[in-house]
Design a protein around this ligand. Sequence first.
Ligand code: PRP
Length: 208
Amino acid sequence: MINIALPKGRLGDQVYKLFSEIGYDCKSIYEDNRKLVFENKENEVRYLLIKPSDVSVYVEYGAADIGVVGKDVLLETGSDVYELLDLNMGKCKVCVAAPNGYTEDEDNVLRVATKYPHIAKSYYDSKNKEIEIVRLNGSIELAPILGLSDVIVDIVETGTTLQENNLSVREEIIPISTRFIANKSSYKFKTKEINEMLNKLAEAIADD
Ligand code: PRP
């Protein structure tokens, strides 16, 4: 049995579709309930539905053998896992954004609101810039509007959220996409099964 950590939500649905196309379907996953574990004994897969930001932790600790996760989560958690394939899905960028017309006050320490404190800190460290981080879990765009922070470090996909809140991108930090990852010892002991899945995934995304 291979335990697969899937991010709950739109990306997870898209990824599950891909997995089912290459032969790892698990029909019960579409049952309308609150279950978090779905298993298909026939093709020996068990799907675990996990909060996206926790996927790499489940894989790092071996609670899941493999998983699908955004590069943003890997960078933020620094999880020690194998990154086997870029699935080229969920493409976006981590950016610094600020209210339109914002100018920095050089006399004060820049206050940065984010759900990515590590990414933000290492970015500003690389520029030798001291910052203060305000750690939030969502609706980050609100912070500079209400004066809780000067800028934000967040994911920008279509740019709609920034635009609708009168913010704009100031700096692009790093491009992000979804990665297929594996637990290190699972990869050692289930090499054949994981490589088979990896090859099928690589083929499927090359065909797209
Ligand atoms: C993410 C991100 C931005 C938004 C960007 O939020 O934090 O707010 O998506 O997407 P866009 O550029 O296409 O508008 P998410 O939807 O994960 O919700 P959250 O605010 O709860 O983090």
